[in-house]
Design a protein around this ligand. Structure first.
Ligand code: NAD
Length: 486
């Protein structure tokens, strides 16, 4: 277990912990003391941390690509576009705009406070815990980390124990690039994470399943710790009769099969008319063959299922409805073929749980209204997709539903925009991040009013004894003359 001298290096509580001992206490205590010392607050310190993160990404590019390939059979190109480049963009943006984000924000004033200074100070929360999942194990660890460091927090990162190769690089290499008195990686599965969550943090940022999200929020509630929960769910994809099936099929197949379907924002199921289904299925077959060849298992561009457990779960889903494309699986290779299912019932298991694999069920609806009703009767999804040549149809879907994110005639390309907040709503999560939204998430907005000791005349109007005249004057002064002078 961890020594106290190197708080930044990975702690594996399972390896050396003594029964009855708290394996995290020393590390957390040291990080908290670093925060209290004020070390992480100056802009220069934050920038140095971010530069360290940037160097980590650049100097270990190949190591990270190899780790992601080992964990998920990710092609280097996929790792670049969905993990490394996105992280690098986040770091670059934070380094460029940190001084703007950190600036005090002037607030409007009334007559009583006219000569005072009113502003919002963005201050770090303190000790932050980041818990990340295995499907984009680098991006979903470093993405939040950029925001937490930019905001001046001390951070404990607990990567997923399931994506083992990436976990190893994060644990053994990343801390060398950061100030280890302010950052630590800890290791562990559900049991150790449960122990970790007994400690008090100032903020918890969790990405993972809705089931574990509830465990995290319950633990956080004991300490009244604020949380961001980036969760999952079933993302509907409506395909209108008025659209080109091949264009839709290309986009849906690509985003469904990306990372072997193990993407929280992947289109989870298609809603369309039986007529569109008849045109869409051959177009999906054509797209899948174009992307992955006649034998997708031999394609270097198709990922694998993360574990035996998830493979068995997905294989079970292949018996729902009728397979019209794919359906093959190979346990020895954790391979599930890109698969399309039709004649699926709402009550089938494939429509009851988040699929998280390269399987796409099609459910028939008769109209846009019926599709909207279908979506609104279920939990609010993390993402919602609508395909139509008619902007009216896309806009109706947007106006009459709710989801964390929405895309018309496109997949999850919105993730490449740091200008858009990313997060769920309802059961798909709470809070948002990316770009400046990450900095804001990890910053407490402190309301500040700095007055002068010599303005007693002005303050006199709210002291007793009260009179009607004073009350009128005070009410008038409170409500009028707002301006944003600092
Ligand atoms: P998970 O919830 O099983 O695990 C996430 C993290 O929680 C891991 O670090 C894990 O070690 C820890 N954990 C697991 N069980 C725990 C327990 N009982 N107590 C405390 N901690 C525990 O999720 P996963 O399987 O790693 O990832 C897949 C899920 O994550 C999917 O539901 C997916 O939709 C969701 N996800 C969401 C987003 C998003 O941004 N909204 C992104 C990626 C994945």
């Amino acid at each position: 277990m961890s020594g106290t001298k190197d708080p930044g290096l990975a702690k594996d509580p399972g390896s050396e912990s003594t029964p009855g001992m708290d394996p995290f206490a020393d590390t957390l205590q040291q990080l908290r003391e670093s925060f209290i010392s004020g070390r992480t607050r100056p802009a220069e310190f934050r920038a140095t941390q971010l530069k360290g993160l940037s160097r980590f990404l650049r100097e270990n590019k190949q190591l990270l690509q190899e780790a992601l390939a080992q964990d998920l059979h990710k092609a280097a190109f996929h790792s670049d576009i969905s993990e490394l480049i996105l992280c690098q963009k986040e770091v670059d943006l934070a380094l460029r705009d940190l001084h703007i984000w950190m600036k005090d924000e002037p607030a409007a004033k009334n007559l009583i406070t006219q000569l005072d200074s009113a502003f919002i100070r963005k201050e770090p929360f303190g000790l932050v815990l980041i818990l990340s999942p295995w499907n984009y194990p680098l991006n979903l660890s470093l993405g939040p980390l950029v925001g937490a460091l930019a905001a001046g927090n001390c951070v404990v990162l607990k990567p997923s124990e399931i994506s083992k190769s990436t976990e190893k690089v994060l644990a053994e290499v990343l801390p060398r690039y950061l100030d280890q008195s302010c950052f630590a990686v800890v290791l562990g599965g559900p049991e150790e994470t449960g122990q970790l969550l007994e400690h008090e943090f100032d903020y918890i940022f969790f990405t993972g399943s809705t089931r574990v999200g509830k465990i995290v929020m319950t633990a956080a509630a004991k300490h009244l710790t604020p949380v961001t929960l980036e969760l999952g769910g079933k993302n509907p994809c409506y395909v209108d009769d008025n659209c080109d099936p091949q264009t839709v099929a290309n986009r849906v197949a690509f985003f469904r099969c990306f990372n072997a379907g193990q993407t929280c924002v992947a289109p989870d199921y298609v809603l369309c008319s039986p007529e569109m289904q008849a045109r869409l299925v051959p177009a999906l077959q054509s797209a899948i063959t174009r992307f992955y060849g006649d034998d997708p298992q031999s394609s270097p561009n198709l990922g694998r299922i993360i574990s035996e457990k998830h493979f068995q779960r997905l294989r079970g889903l292949l018996s729902c409805g009728r397979v019209v494309i794919g359906g093959q699986s190979d346990e020895s290779d954790l391979y599930i073929a890109p698969t399309v299912l039709v004649d699926v019932q709402e009550t089938d298991p494939v429509m009851q749980e988040e699929i998280f694999g390269p399987i796409l069920p099609i459910v028939n609806v008769r109209s846009l209204g019926q599709a909207i009703d279908f979506i609104n009767r279920r939990e609010k999804p993390l993402a919602l997709y609508a395909f139509s040549n008619s902007s009216q149809v896309v806009n109706q879907m947007l106006d009459r539903t709710s989801s964390g994110n929405f895309a018309g005639n496109e997949g999850f390309t919105y993730l490449t925009l740091t200008s858009l907040p990313f997060g769920g709503v309802g059961k798909s999560g709470m809070g948002r991040y990316h770009g400046k939204f990450s900095f804001d998430t990890f910053s407490h907005q402190r309301a500040c009013l700095l007055s002068h000791s010599g303005l007693e005349m002005l303050k006199n109007i709210h002291y007793p004894p009260y009179s009607n005249c004073r009350q009128k004057l005070f009410t008038w002064a409170l409500g009028s003359h707002s301006c944003t002078l600092l």
